[in-house]
Ligand binder design. Sequence first.
Ligand SMILES: Cc1ncc(C[n+]2csc(CCOP(=O)(O)OP(=O)(O)O)c2C)c(N)n1
Ligand SMILES: [Mg+2]
Length: 668
Amino acid sequence: MTTKLDELCVNTLRMLSVDCIEKAKSGHPGMPMGASPMAYVLWTRFLRHNPVNPEWPDRDRFILSAGHASMLLYSLLHLTGYDLSLEDLKNFRQWDSKTPGHPEYSHTPGVETTSGPLGQGFANGVGMAIAESFLASHFNQPGHNIVDHYIYSIVSDGDLMEGVSHEAASLAGHLRLGHIIYLYDDNHISIEGSTDITYTENRNARFEAYGWHVQEVEDGNDLDAIENAILTAQNEKEKPSIIAVHTHIGYGSPNKQDASSAHGEPLGPEETRLTKERLGWPVEKHFFIPDEALEHFRKAIEKGKEAEKQWQERFRAFEDAQPELAAEWKQWINRELPDNWDIEIPTFAADPKGIATRVASGKVLNSIAKHVSNLIGGSADLSPSNKTVINGEPDFQAESCNGRNIRFGVREHGMGSILNGIALYGGLIPYGGTFLIFSEYMRPPIRLAAFMGLHVIYIFTHDSIGLGEDGPTHQPVEQLASLRSIPNLTVIRPCDANETANAWRLAMASQEGPVALILTRQALPVLEQTSTQKEGLSRGAYILKDAGARIPDVNLIACGSEIHIALDAAKKIEEKGLKVQVTSMPSWELFEKQPEEYRRHVIPLEVKAKIAIEAGVAQGWHRYTGSDGVVISIDRFGASAPAKVLFEKFGITAEKVVEKTLSFFPDT
Ligand SMILES: Cc1ncc(C[n+]2csc(CCOP(=O)(O)OP(=O)(O)O)c2C)c(N)n1
Ligand SMILES: [Mg+2]
């Protein structure tokens, strides 16, 4: 039964959101007005959360996937008692406010993920559900339920149209992630108008085909119907649930309800007044929060404290019964690595024949995974190539949620967003692999991982024309430059097996943002120098081969497979009596963090001939060679042929380096 108080609370959510958007003269009122009833039911009758401790590990997760409805989330957070004041709400979308245009993770208390790029939140939730079931399977013991909660989301038409929702939904159905409960704000409107112009498939049938449990609520204002549907979804343990709630965008606005004009612009003063009249809201009041409504919403604080308290008691009992498991739990949640986690990372002996860095990566991953049991991940159907399997571990499947090998299927975009969800959830260190070229298919979540500062590790193999015969569709040329352009993403392109080991060391410790390991398909020599140069890689660049002079004549700068070409070339150039330094530069980002003195030492300014070599586009390298320097690069698409032939044809050879270098010294 819907009471007057329920109605008052729903309208408080609606009109608080509308007033804040009016004040900002910017924002999206339509969805908060239509989706407030479902949000109200979920947040006051179901969501187990503690506004005083938003990070309590066993809380339900709530994701507003349709981030444009941010004002709805901010209203919920304020009303239920999070550290978000009415002043903060009044500063919606303003410089330095806690209420940015779209919700930002770690910026506003209670925001579980950054949402706004449609579809991402949907897929993040799938990652969170994977993490939840993995942790439940690892830690829960008979009589001790430490991890047991739901992943809720409100998703919109746009979320469901985006491809990533298809990928993530398909995997979630396969994995039977029964703790997912998504409310679909089924309002038939997107920016360009009715969804009839573009989005007419049978959506229920779509989700049923994935193996989801599907329900419909005919009237989005029917609180009891919404409540019943959520209860039914909770009882469905074997399937993820979606509830299509038929709503009206801009509900209550006499002239904008059901119109796309309600989507993304303030109602305007006159329409706001008319809407308040229609909903029986005091017209003259702004940001009005009736006392009874506030009191009702704020019950979340006591309920939340109590729920967390009960969990703490359960945890103490668990700790008594299972001290070792409990210690491991704390270690994972506190993001600590166990002592000696890296003790088995191999040092590779110098070897001119060498091994591919992807192969080295597989060995290193396994040596770490033996000691770090919360390292979890997989590949988008390329694990035999990416070397991402943890040997001897089960797959993560519906029947084996303790498995650490996730089979993402051919779903790079979904994988990227799911990795973000796992990292956001906490307790786990996720990694995911594909060919470097297909990082393109997962760029949106890579960007968001960087933006949110998530600890995610990417294993991108087949890093250049060196992959050979598969040809230009598979050969990255611009991908390195494009990844290096993402702020807070650390890109590491190691030159041999030992640099690969050190890259993994760094990736494991890099908690402030994602790390992309860029690895070769082809074998690379293992160098004598790298086995003793652990420090070097962590500084981004270092002198791999000294020139024997304070100021060399020539500085060759490279990374990855081109280091070996540089070393070969150095020998030949030295035969001409020139002093040559080779700088190994696996990571620009790490190098840029070094003090200037170190940077000048590794790439001295005064050197006459500075030459960078990379089997990819030149873009960016002049930053290190200077505008007078030379970049030996590939500024076109590749070709299908054996790798050796391609390096020759594209001029990524020691001979080419020698030729370019000697052009600086016409007298030699
Ligand atoms: C990936 C992505 N593409 C485009 C947009 C811009 N955008 C914001 S909302 C929206 C669609 C709005 O439709 P819907 O999701 O149904 O929200 P409603 O209008 O019902 O509030 C679009 C295209 C976006 N946020 N993310
Ligand atoms: Mg819509």
